[in-house]
Design a protein around this ligand. Structure first.
Ligand code: ADP
Ligand code: ZN
Length: 478
């Protein structure tokens, strides 16, 4: 599934993995691939390589604990469960999770700041909040034990991504209320890496430390990694000589395989995707293994996942795309039942070549609320990114501008051309027109929607220090 891409396929509904056949063609899986590949240690084999049946029984035990705990301690859950006519004792098997009401971001906002907590605020040892991408931030908190479990989750994830004790890990996620910086920090410390907590921004300093400390791990959003790559080039830093990165741990925003290829090539590292969100604890919910790079392993002993049709709320078939709904099975300060992440993904339980037996979720296509509807056609920014990254002459910096002209929604794709293409087009202007026309054509043929493409000079679009802003919706401003 290396080349799995949401946008390249007309049929977006399947998660294709080697050995997984949609037709259920009956081919038996080669169980010998369960063996961990030598040289790629697994942080916690007890939980990462458990038989699936054993995982499910642990999940049930912990789900029952979580539901009872939430019911007894959090009035919001008690009243929601009563309205749904369900009691903790009704949870007898894992499928009974479907009886429980969902939790949404609105529940957090309505009970701001501490109304969802199961313990008095004075018993918390840390508070974080979401980055507030889509409105008022939501507040989350941790007990000492919660923090310890979170650290273990991140330790598993960074180990799977390739990080070892001898690594020097530079963290460019923001430190502060955002869970990214601190989350990665303690997980990387636990595996024994040397942590360099630069935090976000200040690209000059990032590059100086990267070179001087010999950083081998870079933690950031994929868009910031793309920015770092271009800034390194501008300063004449040589990859492999001045910059010696080996592993890139990227997450916090949607990105594509094409973006991965470019970042890997430009920074000379192996890039993996990882996913999390504050309401579920922060980073650590899932992460790719560096061996397979074939979906993000979910720590299933600690989270119960469901993939549901976002409209009907009913489960989709395994491997099909739907909204991820997750229930943490361990949280003391802030138990959360069936959290609707609004993120679209697919999950497979097929074994991975790395030896882990945990289910894997594929790249997040986007949030349900990121979807643009352009003249009736649903468009996710990642679909456009995929096309841009597959086209020579573009850079990884783009912005989707949506306007309304004469009651018609119009999508304009602004993309920076690469330095090389820019220089070449100076002597042959038709190169620019060709690129523009080819992008318009490709986007139309893949998405079935006509867009305008505006090629802009290198270095003209705003760079983000954290999560990239890919859409400028001017319809709301007019
Ligand atoms: P906010 O909801 O305010 O952005 P968070 O900072 O907790 O709060 O971010 C969580 C969200 O970030 C997820 O719901 C998801 O949309 C996005 N996200 C995190 N990791 C990834 C990833 N690897 N790929 C795509 N999106 C991601
Ligand atoms: Zn794996």
């Amino acid at each position: 599934m290396k080349e799995f891409s949401w946008s390249a396929r007309k049929n977006l509904s399947s998660f294709e993995t080697p050995g997984h056949h949609e037709s259920g063609g009956g081919r038996r899986l080669d169980l010998s691939i369960h063996r961990p590949i030598s040289g790629h240690p697994i942080w916690d084999p007890k939980w990462e390589c458990t038989e699936r049946k054993a995982i499910r029984s642990v999940q049930l035990e912990r789900l029952r604990w979580t539901v009872e705990y939430a019911y007894n301690r959090v009035p919001v859950y008690r009243s929601k469960m009563r309205s749904a006519g369900v009691m903790p004792s009704d949870i007898r098997c894992l499928e009974d999770v479907a009886l429980l009401p969902f939790t949404t971001k609105c529940d957090f906002r309505d009970n701001y700041p501490f109304g969802m907590f199961a313990i008095p605020p004075k018993e918390l040892v840390r508070i974080h909040s979401s980055s507030g991408t889509t409105g008022k931030p939501t507040v989350v908190g941790y007990t000492r034990k919660d923090l310890d479990t979170w650290v273990e989750l991140v330790a598993r994830m960074v180990s799977a991504a390739g990080v070892r004790q001898e690594d020097v890990a530079q963290i460019s996620f923001g430190y502060g209320m955002f869970t990214g910086g601190f989350g990665l920090h303690y997980g990387l410390e636990r595996v024994g890496a040397t942590v360099v907590p630069v935090s976000s921004g200040n690209t000059d300093r990032q590059l100086m430390f990267m070179a001087d400390f010999g950083s081998s791990v870079f933690v950031s959003t994929p868009s910031y990694a793309a920015h770092i790559a271009e800034e390194a080039k501008k300063r004449g830093l040589i990859i492999g000589k001045d910059i010696k990165l080996r592993w890139g741990l990227f997450g916090a925003e949607p990105w594509t395989e094409g973006m991965r290829r470019r970042i890997q090539c430009e920074l000379g590292l192996s890039a993996t995707d990882n996913y999390g969100m504050s309401e579920l604890c922060g980073p650590g919910f899932s992460g790719e293994c560096e061996v397979g790079k074939d979906g993000m392993h979910i720590s299933e002993d600690l989270f119960l996942w469901e993939v549901l049709d976002p409209v009907t709320g009913k489960p989709v078939l395994e491997g099909e795309v739907g909204e991820l709904v997750a229930t943490p099975l361990w949280k003391e300060a802030l138990p959360v039942l069936r959290y609707r992440t609004r993120d679209l993904t697919a999950v497979t339980t097929q074994p991975c070549i790395c030896g882990r037996t945990t289910a894997r979720m594929c790249r997040v296509k986007g949030r349900t609320d990121d979807m643009l509807i352009i003249r009736g056609v649903n468009v996710f920014p990642t679909q456009i990114e995929h096309i841009l990254m597959e086209t020579e002459g573009t850079s990884p910096h783009y912005l989707l501008v949506v306007t309304r002209e004469a009651a018609l929604d119009t999508l304009e794709v602004w993309v920076e051309i690469s330095e090389k293409h820019f220089v070449e087009s100076r002597s042959r202007l038709s190169k620019m027109t060709e690129l523009q026309a080819s992008l318009v054509k490709k986007i139309h043929s893949v998405l079935g929607v006509s867009v305008k493409v505006k090629l802009v000079e290198p270095q003209t679009l705003e760079r983000s220090q954290g999560k990239a802003k890919r859409v400028l919706d001017k319809r709301n401003l007019e």
